[in-house]
Design a protein around this ligand. Structure first.
Ligand code: SF4
Length: 313
């Protein structure tokens, strides 16, 4: 058969273990306590997931103060500051923590560095809920946020200070590496977490796209605009040589005319994206063009996280 176009479908893609767990937490909490259950912030950054959970009885809040004290309050996969945890505890809320264990690991490490007397630098994006949650583990001013090289110039530590750095879990591996090199130049004795902070899912999805995007005329990352890891995947595809790379919310937002002159289209998805959204994008292409699908993979993922104790059977 002669195909007019080819899709290179890149794996690993889609749900990571932390997102799967966070969604299961909401579903299990609805089962155990009945609807509604309240969730501080979007449980994960994907519109489709949020809409489905709302239908089942989840209510997503911007302010924890809006949650009634007699219903469960769930913390999102991104984690929360101590201020929010303390507020929830002192208001007798039923607290269920869906913070990804890999984000909690960064919180624990921040606390260790603090107790050991380190000045702490967090490489991450201002206003991202994970960054707010990590910075909020310690008293205000204990962690200095570095978003880019300019922020490094503003760091004023003495030579005798012990300095450590941590990172957000969903950053670009390459960009972060460059920032770390600059930090090491300025602070040769700086120390890092004993284990990598950028998580396995972020790292695997970026590596796979880096490998395959260079073969593509266009690259689509299915994901929501507010999803940090999805946005990083688009950047990785562009840096790998596929400049025609874009984030796509879902099949409805897909304008096929943009792809009429592309022969090879790469597709992947962010860690908070259900596979149905990728399937719908592929179906839309298939309805309009004769498409060959090539599945490519840089390896399997088989990580699973346990539910919080209060939701385990
Ligand atoms: S992207 Fe990484 S840190 Fe975030 S929820 Fe998934 S596994 Fe956890």
């Amino acid at each position: 058969m002669n195909y007019s176009k080819k899709i290179i479908l890149v794996s690993p893609r889609g749900f990571c273990a932390g997102v799967t767990r966070a969604i299961d937490v909401v579903l299990e909490a609805i089962k155990k306590y009945g609807a509604p259950v309240y969730v501080n912030h979007e449980i994960v950054h994907n519109k489709h997931v949020i809409a489905e959970l709302m239908e089942k009885g989840a209510i997503f809040l911007k302010n924890i103060e809006d949650a009634p004290s007699n219903r469960p309050i769930i913390f999102s996969a991104h984690g929360v500051s101590k201020k929010i945890t303390n507020y929830a505890e002192s208001n007798n809320k039923i607290i269920i923590d869906a913070t990804c264990p890999l984000v909690s690991k960064v919180h624990v490490q921040a606390d260790k560095f603090y107790k050991q007397g380190y000045k702490i630098i967090l490489i991450g994006h201002k206003y991202h809920p994970e960054v707010e949650g990590t910075m909020g583990q310690l008293p205000s001013g204990s962690i200095s946020l570095v978003e880019d090289a300019n922020d490094i110039d503003k760091l004023n530590f003495n030579e005798d200070h012990k300095i450590a750095y941590l990172t957000q879990t969903t950053l670009s591996i390459d960009d972060t590496q460059n920032i770390i090199l600059l930090l090491r130049e300025k602070f040769p004795n700086i120390v890092a977490s004993p284990k990598e902070d950028i998580c396995y899912a972020t790292s695997n999805r970026q590596k796979a796209i880096k490998e395959y995007a260079k073969r593509c005329d266009a690259f689509i990352v299915v994901g929501s605009k507010n999803s940090s890891n999805s946005n990083r995947l688009v950047e990785v595809a562009k840096k790998a040589g596929c400049h025609n790379s874009h984030l796509l919310e879902n099949a409805e937002s897909l304008d096929l005319t943009n792809y009429s002159s592309c022969n090879i289209i790469g597709i992947s998805s962010g860690a908070s994206v259900p596979e149905i959204l990728v399937d719908n994008v592929i179906s839309k292409f298939q309805k309009n063009f004769s498409m060959e699908i090539e599945n490519v993979s840089l390896g399997e993922e088989n990580i699973q996280f346990k539910l919080p104790r209060e939701l385990r059977n």
